[in-house]
Write a protein that binds this ligand. Structure first.
Ligand code: DC
Length: 232
């Protein structure tokens, strides 16, 4: 039996698949599930913006002062691990997956991620990690700014109430109405900032996940990847 890879397998090993969309649209679980199903790496860029924010808070930087945040950006010792079975995010080797999901970071992340120097530093890091491909990357500006040449670009949405319910389950928060209000406030902030706002990237497939289970969405995306790589 031949051990050579087929052209489609070779294309898959170099492919970049982007998933953008608002919080709670199912991006993270979908991106991770697709990466696992296809044997690709996985990058959660939201976790990187959250890690930057945690570092600013822990170091007493006023997150509402863009020049103070900008001046610190290059000092943040951030690392992302891309195994979809066990993705990691660290500051100087300290694992911070739990801390970055807390209320303090969630409330502070939008102003920090609107600072152009923060975006420039993370853009460079994200492009380095993507490198020669074989990765599923999720965020807000991946298909529009970070990697517009991706083999497949997706834009995920869901109804705000479905998104709030998912977030409540993920974070253990109890107040559904507050979670929905926080989520809509963050959408508004992320969509209206001048630097790399949340937009539907050119050429992206729009997928509304409201009425589907995670497994159904993962299967749909895997089928789209197969098709995109079979007919490049
Ligand atoms: O996906 P998330 O909720 O963990 O993202 C946290 C914040 O990071 C989100 O409010 C906006 C910002 N973000 C961004 O500006 N660009 C990205 N590519 C990913 C996240």
């Amino acid at each position: 039996m031949s051990t050579e890879s087929s052209p489609a397998q070779t294309r898959l090993s170099r492919a970049v698949i982007t998933l953008d969309g608002p919080s709670g649209s199912g991006k993270s679980s979908t991106a991770r599930g697709v990466a696992r199903a296809l044997g690709l790496r996985y990058l959660d860029t939201g976790a990187q913006f959250r890690a930057m924010t945690l570092w600013m808070l822990e170091n007493g930087i006023d997150i509402h002062d863009p020049s103070a945040v900008a001046a610190q950006t290059h000092l943040v010792p951030l690392e992302s691990g891309t195994d979809p079975a066990r993705p990691t995010i660290s500051l100087a080797g300290r694992r911070i997956a739990k801390e970055i999901r807390g209320q303090a970071v969630t409330q502070a992340v939008s102003p920090v991620s609107a600072v152009p120097e923060v975006r420039a530093r993370l853009l460079q890091l994200q492009r380095e990690i993507i490198g020669s491909g074989g990765i599923v990357v999720e965020g807000r500006d991946i298909g529009s700014v970070v990697w517009p040449q991706a083999e497949l670009k997706l834009y995920l949405t869901a109804d705000p109430s479905a998104r709030a319910q998912r977030r409540t389950r993920q974070s253990g928060a109890v107040d559904l109405a507050k979670t929905e209000a926080d989520l809509l406030r963050r959408d508004q902030h992320d969509s209206s900032r001048s630097s790399a706002p949340l937009v539907v990237p050119d050429g992206a497939v729009h997928l509304d996940t409201t009425d589907y289970t995670l497994e159904q969405v993962i299967n749909q995306v895997v089928a789209m990847v197969d098709e995109a790589l079979a007919n490049p």
